[in-house]
Write a protein that binds this ligand. Structure first.
Ligand SMILES: Nc1nc2c(ncn2[C@@H]2O[C@H](COP(=O)(O)OP(=O)(O)OP(=O)(O)O)[C@@H](O)[C@H]2O)c(=O)[nH]1
Ligand SMILES: [Mg+2]
Length: 350
């Protein structure tokens, strides 16, 4: 049999072969990018990444409600939110169609995805009040709706076959529309906010801010803040829930300067300097809704979504829902005793 030089060489090599110790598989002791000189690394900081992954998989619910007297632009602002940079989606109304007067509580939802994270944003539009002869207790339908969502959540929580993740329809923030009168708040506004602030996070906004001059706006904002304080109305972010000094400093600025946000709403788009913008066309120019020099809509949006979304959800869960839950169980309204809270409960409170 022919044996080539290579084969014979191989044979010789084979006979001399001493098995080399196999290299151990590399087991990562810690994630990449972490200083290896740190002995005893446990990996607590990876929780952030774990939470991020989980949130990306499950997404989260966020629900905003608009409330206020009739004709202040609540439905328009709902459209503005959906058409603005929050989603750039149509909320279902035809561009040319005039927004009808709202006659019932209606929730409009969209799933918005950004950077792989899904948010189910629902905006709850409510009928305006204040045009009846008797406006007594006109906050009741709104309060009822808010409580119904707490009740739904509570029922899911005490269910024996509890869902892994309870759909969250609870109202995380309620934008309260104030008429741009330049005068005092109406007694009805004060009563309304007093009632609602006990069950939900209230964010007061001055509607139709384009009808005020800069000085009028600054002065009115100050007056509203003062009146809310004098009347003991707690709006979000509530002082008592500031967690530390950093929170307090940041929130004090918001409470003393930004609140109430003076907004302008529109669902119409116009061409300005070659760009399509949401705006209101007037004889003296276009008011750009998302331009910070024109109104505070973008500030409000950033406040609610970019900086305080998680906190709004936490205050809703830990304070407002908890108050409802405790009262409901105290009243013993036919519910079975509560099971001990598990992580599953907290999962719904992303
Ligand atoms: N000037 C001005 N007008 C606005 C603004 N937002 C809405 N409007 C107008 O105000 C009118 C009422 O707007 P809607 O959005 O229907 O008001 P609403 O608060 O939903 O009214 P109800 O459903 O009756 O409670 C419409 O003609 C809007 O075009 C705004 O920011 N500035
Ligand atoms: Mg409406």
């Amino acid at each position: 049999m022919f044996k080539g030089p290579v084969d014979s060489k191989n044979e010789a090599a084979m006979s001399e072969l001493v098995p080399e110790p196999r290299q151990k598989p590399v087991v990562p002791m810690k994630p990449m990018g972490i200083n290896t000189s740190l002995l005893g690394y446990i990996g607590i900081d990876t929780i952030i990444e774990q939470m991020r992954k989980k949130t990306m998989k499950t997404g989260f619910d966020f629900n905003i409600m608009v409330v206020g007297q009739s004709g202040l632009g609540k439905s328009t602002l709902v459209n503005t939110l959906f058409k603005s940079q929050v989603s750039r989606k149509s909320s279902g109304w035809n561009r040319e169609e005039k927004i009808p007067k709202t006659v019932e509580i209606k929730a409009i939802g969209h799933v918005i995805e950004e950077g792989g994270v899904k948010m189910k944003l629902t905006v709850i539009d409510t009928p305006g009040f204040g045009d009846q002869i008797n406006n007594e207790n006109c906050w009741e339908p709104i309060e009822k709706y808010i409580n119904e969502q707490y009740e739904k959540f509570l029922k899911e929580e005490v269910n024996i076959a509890r869902k892994k993740r309870i759909p969250d329809t609870r109202v995380h923030c309620c934008l309260y529309f104030i008429s741009p009168t330049g005068h005092s708040l109406r007694p009805l506004d004060l009563e309304f906010m007093k009632h609602l602030s006990k069950v939900v996070n209230i964010i007061p906004v001055i509607a139709k801010a384009d009808t005020m001059t800069l000085e009028e706006k600054t002065e009115f904002k100050q007056r509203v803040r003062k009146e809310l304080e004098v009347n003991g109305i707690e709006f979000y972010p509530q002082k008592e829930f500031d967690e530390d000094l950093e929170d307090k400093t940041e929130n004090d600025k918001i409470r003393q300067e930004s609140m109430p946000f003076a907004v302008v709403g529109s669902d119409k788009e116009y061409q300005v300097n070659g760009k399509r913008v949401l705006g209101r066309k007037t004889p003296w120019g276009i008011i750009e809704v998302e331009n910070l020099n024109h109104c505070e809509f973008a500030l409000l949006r950033d406040f609610v979504i970019r900086t305080h979304l998680q906190d709004l959800k936490e205050v809703t869960h830990n304070i407002h829902y908890e108050t409802y839950r405790a009262k409901r169980l105290n009243d013993n309204g036919g519910l079975p005793p509560m099971t001990v809270e598990t992580e599953e409960n907290h999962e719904s409170n992303l």
